[in-house]
Design a binder for this molecule. Structure first.
Ligand code: FEO
Length: 162
């Protein structure tokens, strides 16, 4: 049985993951409007990943006899000044998600909940990748600056995301 305190925190994390999905979908809408189809594609894939993250918490709570509760999602931001600003926001957002995963690890440790610790280990590794990919694209865009040909080339590259 999952401890109540952890159940509450995991339900909060479901909301955070779904808010991440909502944010990335909003970024996809921004890129579609800017005619940057590759970046829009990348963000749609990212939004799908976030729904998968939320579902992992959903299943874990259920498997351990807990009760999933869904909370209202915040309306995401919808405008940015450039692709660089979008990926900077993505990188900063992922850093916040990492901090919330780390807080869950701390809580699971405090409660001596080994099942949760093993479960959270996947997220600890996933966050390394999440931060790294956003940071890499952000720093490429920083170097590209206003060079339109560079933006188009990166857009085409990001459109290949599986
Ligand atoms: Fe669910 Fe992007 O972390």
């Amino acid at each position: 049985m999952i401890p109540k305190e952890l159940e509450r925190a995991f339900n909060e994390q479901i909301k955070k993951e779904l808010e991440s999905a909502y944010l990335y979908l909003s970024m996809a809408a921004y890129f579609e409007h800017e005619n940057l189809a590759g970046m829009a594609h990348w963000m749609k894939k990212q939004a799908q990943e976030e729904v998968n993250h939320a579902m992992k918490f959903f299943e874990h709570i259920n498997e351990r006899g807990g009760r999933v509760e869904l909370f209202a999602l915040a309306e995401p931001r919808k405008d940015w000044s450039s692709p660089f600003e979008v990926f900077k926001h993505t990188y900063e957002h992922e850093q916040k998600v990492t901090a919330s995963i780390n807080a869950l690890v701390e809580l699971a440790r405090k409660l001596n909940d080994n099942a949760a610790l093993v479960f959270l280990n996947w997220f600890v590794n996933e966050q390394i990748e999440e931060e790294a990919s956003a940071q890499k694209i952000m720093s490429l865009l920083e170097r590209i600056g206003d060079n339109f040909a560079g933006i188009i080339m990166l857009d085409s590259e990001l459109g290949k995301r599986e």
